[in-house]
Ligand binder design. Structure first.
Ligand code: FNR
Length: 197
């Protein structure tokens, strides 16, 4: 069975470098044999979390849309900016809203975290911060994370990564991630057949 992967950029601005990195990573997921559902943060508009909104209206449609797309995938990739060495509020807010719906859609899902940033180290610190809520919610975050430094000059006109070795490093990370997700999916299918046998 094909491995289905939701890929989304976690920034709202039109010229987001993380949206570009998400699209580029989605292409590498397809090259690694995956079926991609590519989204952007605008697909999941929702208010800031407020218990009174939840009590009065339930979880907003944008969060339910994101939840459904996570539910339908085997794994997801988030390309997230780093704000003040941590997770952007718009992404943490989306995670918080989605986490209000049981059963927990993040539980057991594999996740690959990538980041683009104009800084010299890329958004790596933000990705370490992003691991904490995701792992708390049961996500299996892939150990390798990919950060693209100097992202404002990080892309070529034909949509590849410009810095030497970066494209190969990202392709290798995606390939390792897809290998793990596929192996896990095949194991679960085998186990299911075994119990049906
Ligand atoms: C930033 N930026 C930033 N970059 C970084 O590498 N480390 C950081 O801690 C921060 N902090 C930060 C805070 C806030 C509030 C903003 C708005 C920005 C810069 C950030 O990486 C840059 O704006 C990226 O371009 C954001 O990603 P997109 O929008 O290009 O996807």
């Amino acid at each position: 069975p094909p491995v289905r992967v939701l890929v989304f950029g976690a920034a709202l601005r039109a010229e987001s470098t993380n949206a570009r990195l998400a699209a580029l990573t989605a292409g590498l997921v397809v090259e690694a044999g995956g079926v991609v559902d590519l989204a952007q943060m605008h697909d999941f508009d929702m208010p800031l979390y407020d218990g009174d909104i939840e009590a009065a209206q339930g979880v907003p449609p944008g969060a339910l849309t994101l939840r459904g797309r996570i539910e339908r995938c085997d794994a997801f990739v988030i390309s997230s900016p780093e704000y003040n060495a941590s997770v952007p509020g718009v992404l943490k807010n989306a995670i918080d809203w989605v986490s209000r719906v049981q059963p927990q859609p993040f539980k057991t899902k594999h996740a690959l975290l990538v980041s683009a940033s104009p800084s010299m180290v890329g958004g790596n610190r933000g990705l370490w911060a992003l691991r904490v809520p995701l792992e708390h919610l049961g996500t299996r975050v892939y150990p390798d994370m990919f950060s693209l430094p100097r992202a404002h000059e990080g892309f070529t006109d034909d949509g590849r990564l410009a810095h030497s070795g970066a494209q190969e490093r990202l392709a290798e990370t995606v390939s390792g991630f897809m290998h793990l997700v596929r192996a896990d999916k095949e194991y679960v299918c085998l186990q299911r057949r075994w119990y049906e046998f």
